[in-house]
Design a protein around this ligand. Structure first.
Ligand code: 13P
Ligand code: SF4
Length: 338
């Protein structure tokens, strides 16, 4: 689990901050990437936290759920995944026979790191009645130990659909888990992991920005702490943020999630102003893992068809089941009887 001091240290590490590309270089790289995409019969899938220039050349930009759904249905031969490693791994698990590449193999996640598979297996061994719901931000090995996967976009639905006669174990994000418990009323044992970016928003910092913009609603990601979530007008996944902001009558909206989201929101809601919520201790609202991917690295990975995500077939077969279960439950209409 990342504690506050570690989170501040990670956030204060600005080594990922890049210089903007000169416009002619940006144009040339973007043109080359589009040509490579055609030549390779590739699809570029990008998470909402990717740098603007990557979002702008992607075929699809979205949240973890949308990206998994796109990966499940693509007919492209090559999947170029612009996000973090566990997301590209999910795409590989759904497409074992396709080439899956990502710009930087080191793009990890503090949540994934917080939950090693051997420690999870040891906890599971303490209670045979556990039904393990794993947030998609985890390794393939953790997915393979889980009953069902969820994302922030469908976690409430997935937990509502979980068997009533089992004890629920939710890994690895304790903040998302506690929000899901509030929404569903279902008790769960929570793994003590967190996103080092989202725990940087504090009640005090958010209260100050709300006082500065009294008419602006606040939208927060469920990976934020409860102290922040309780100040929010809406708590939702990054994709649902787009829909909420489009439907909102407000001209200005405060956003408590990773800074890459602001580019997507500005594109989708051109008339509105988006205010990135400030963090308390440092400028930590950029995920250093997501920001390892750059347009240059995207270009190079397509040219070299590397680095690739490679996984052992036995692991793929085991990790695929809980992902498919998630996709199935997500596609079903809500059972109002619960
Ligand atoms: P979503 O985009 O699925 O809401 O997830 C946020 C996140 O932190 C992914 O790493
Ligand atoms: Fe992981 Fe947080 Fe970065 Fe998302 S924003 S990839 S949860 S560290």
């Amino acid at each position: 689990m990342i504690d506050v001091a570690d989170a501040v240290a990670l956030g204060a590490d600005r080594t990922h901050v890049r210089k903007p590309l000169p416009p002619d270089r940006l144009d040339a790289l973007s043109r080359d990437i589009l040509a490579l995409k055609k030549r390779l019969n590739a699809v570029i899938l990008a998470h909402n936290y990717q740098v603007p220039e990557i979002q702008d050349v992607a075929d699809y930009v979205g949240d973890s759920l949308g990206l998994a759904q796109q990966a499940a249905r693509t007919s492209a031969e090559v999947i170029v995944f612009c996000g973090v490693h566990f997301m590209a791994e999910t795409a590989k698990i759904l497409n074992p026979n396709k080439v899956v590449i990502l710009p930087d193999l080191d793009a990890g996640c503090s949540l994934e790191e917080s939950c090693p598979a051997d420690k999870l297996a040891a906890l599971q061994a303490t209670n045979p009645r556990f039904h393990t719901v794993a947030y998609i931000n985890c390794s393939a090995a953790v997915k393979a130990l889980s009953d069902v996967i969820c994302t922030s976009g469908n976690a409430v639905k997935i937990v509502q659909a979980a068997p009533r006669d089992r004890d629920l174990l939710f890994v690895p994000d304790e903040n998302l888990g506690s929000w899901v418990m509030e929404q569903t009323g279902r008790p769960m044992t929570l793994w003590k992991g967190n996103c080092y970016v989202h725990v940087e928003w504090t009640h005090a910092a958010i209260s100050r920005i709300r006082r500065d913009h009294p008419d602006a609603p606040l939208v927060a990601h469920p990976e934020c702490t409860k102290a922040v979530r309780m100040l929010a007008d809406e708590v939702c996944s990054t994709e649902k943020m787009v829909a909420w902001c489009k439907a909102s009558k407000s001209d200005a909206i405060i956003i408590a999630t990773e800074a890459g989201m602001l580019h997507r929101l500005k594109k989708e809601c051109p008339g509105k102003t988006f205010i990135g919520a400030p963090t308390e201790n440092c400028r930590c609202n950029e995920c250093r893992f997501m920001k390892l991917n750059t347009l240059e690295k995207l270009h190079d990975c397509m040219e070299n068809l590397a680095p690739r995500v490679e996984l052992n077939p036995t692991l793929i077969a085991r990790a695929r089941l809980p992902i498919e279960r998630m996709l199935e439950i997500s596609a079903k209409p809500l059972d109002v009887a619960g």
